[in-house]
Ligand binder design. Structure first.
Ligand code: HAM
Length: 422
């Protein structure tokens, strides 16, 4: 039996890169005061339908939705923002502390056609600032995002921003884009013809080339911003300029979820091919009300971890290696070695042992394969003297060491290597 299409195993060898990225996210987000929270895998389908929007691809055709045994319609979360807002409102976090900064790392589910960089189960690193409407929050979330990505030494990244306005300025724009596209509706795909009535902005999102071609010369929402939205966008750009954070304005970016207002952004990577968005995000000042709460503004982003890991520089080594290999020869030495291994582990040393009573040669080969910097060799002779042989794998130098000194010696050998920080 094989796994499900679009659902990927992440094996040792790759998983170290994931740990590195997740640890870095926790470290950097911590510097900005973001707190981790955990949200459930399932929510009521209606929650996503209301927030992401019925006319989006995500809600329309990509959600894993099923009735549970009571007949309630449940959905595997396709994104985190909606659940984070739901949790924030449900637990009254907005009452205790009106400004909330949260992050979440975990799998999301979308029934998309799998290809390189696109999976049906994928992972996001998601961060949100809730309760702040001011442009400073937009600038701060972008700075945090780019500091995090920059710290991972990713190359060829491009931050694109846009403003989608608010419902007031989007109304007239909607009319204009509808008028523009109606004259070309014959050339649009069936989905886009439907979108024309339900949600014409979504045509920008269509992946078909024939639809993209029709958008040539289409009016853009930036030209329809009301005074407040225009000023907000100017403030965001001004702060990014002050912080010298490079960005480009992409007036055609609309994002694939309906909850966005004002600032929207994406980070695209030159090296990713067709699925080149590493991160997407934006402001969603109407989302809380959309799901039945009070008015709570918010802004955030989600990074696709699979895509991020694909961009990590190859030359960096993410693997970790044991501090020591313990090679025991003969039954008594094996028993003593087994105890010694646990003592070393209790003292914080990563010890690998052989379980099968293999020859010294074969155990040394294994130590080499595991890249252990030193080997403790325990034979019958050494055992009688309460000593072991310590071999340095790089210099091949060997010395006899009393048992009580093994820990100190091994830690010394690992100075600056595997044992560090543990
Ligand atoms: P999104 O643009 O739908 O936004 O997804 C964010 C990122 O998740 C994408 O840029 C991509 O890297 C990754 N991603 C999405 N779908 C897949 C897939 N099928 N396979 C692999 N990676 C994928 C959101 O989800 C919003 N909740 C972001 C946000 C947070 N907005 C405000 N706060």
């Amino acid at each position: 039996m094989k796994g499900i299409r679009g659902f990927k195993d992440i094996l040792p060898g790759e998983v170290e890169k994931w740990q590195y990225v997740e640890n870095e996210a926790r470290r950097v987000f911590g510097l900005f005061g973001f707190l981790e929270l955990r949200i459930p895998l399932l929510e009521r389908t209606e929650l996503f339908a209301r927030s992401i929007g019925e006319a989006t691809d995500i809600v329309g055709k990509e959600m894993y939705t099923f009735p549970d045994r009571d007949g309630d319609s449940l959905t595997l979360r396709p994104e985190a923002t909606t659940s984070i807002m739901r949790a924030y409102l449900e637990h009254g976090l907005n009452v205790k502390e009106p400004v909330g900064k949260y992050f979440f790392i975990g799998p999301m589910f979308r029934y998309e056609r799998p290809q390189k960089g696109r999976y049906r189960q994928f992972h996001q690193i998601d961060a949100e600032i809730l309760g702040v409407q001011e442009a400073q929050a937009d600038a701060e979330i972008l700075v945090m995002l780019m500091r995090f990505l920059g710290g991972l030494a990713l190359k060829n990244l491009n931050l694109q921003i846009n403003s989608l306005g608010d419902p007031a300025c989007r109304g007239p724009y909607r009319g204009e884009i509808q008028k523009f596209l109606r004259s070309k509706s014959e050339a649009l795909c069936e989905d886009c013809r439907r979108r024309l009535d339900t949600n014409p902005l979504r045509v920008f999102d269509c992946k078909r080339e024939e639809c993209q071609a029709q958008l040539e010369g289409a009016p853009v929402v930036l030209d329809f911003l009301c005074e407040d939205c225009r000023r907000h966008f100017e403030q965001v750009k001004d702060m990014l300029d002050t912080l010298r954070l490079p960005y480009g304005v992409n007036p055609r970016m609309v994002r694939g979820l309906d909850y966005y207002t004002r600032t929207a952004f994406e980070v695209v990577a030159g090296d990713l091919g067709a699925q080149n968005a590493v991160c997407g995000g934006g402001r969603y000042d109407g989302l809380a009300e959309e799901i039945g709460g009070p008015s709570v503004p918010g802004i955030g982003f989600a990074i696709g971890v699979e895509r991020l890991v694909m961009l990590l520089p190859e030359e960096k080594n993410y693997s970790r290696y044991p501090d020591v290999f313990l090679a025991a020869l003969g039954k008594d030495a094996q028993r003593r070695g087994f105890i010694l291994a646990q003592e070393l582990r209790d003292a914080g040393v990563w010890v690998e042992i052989d379980y099968e009573g293999k020859s010294l040669k074969s155990q040394m080969r294994k130590a080499d394969r595991l890249k252990a910097p030193c080997v403790v060799i325990l034979g019958e002779e050494e055992l009688k003297k309460n000593r072991a042989v310590l071999r340095d794998m790089a210099s091949k130098a060997q010395e006899e060491v009393p048992f009580e000194e093994i820990l100190r010696k091994v830690k010394g050998k690992n100075h600056g290597s595997g044992a560090k920080g543990r």
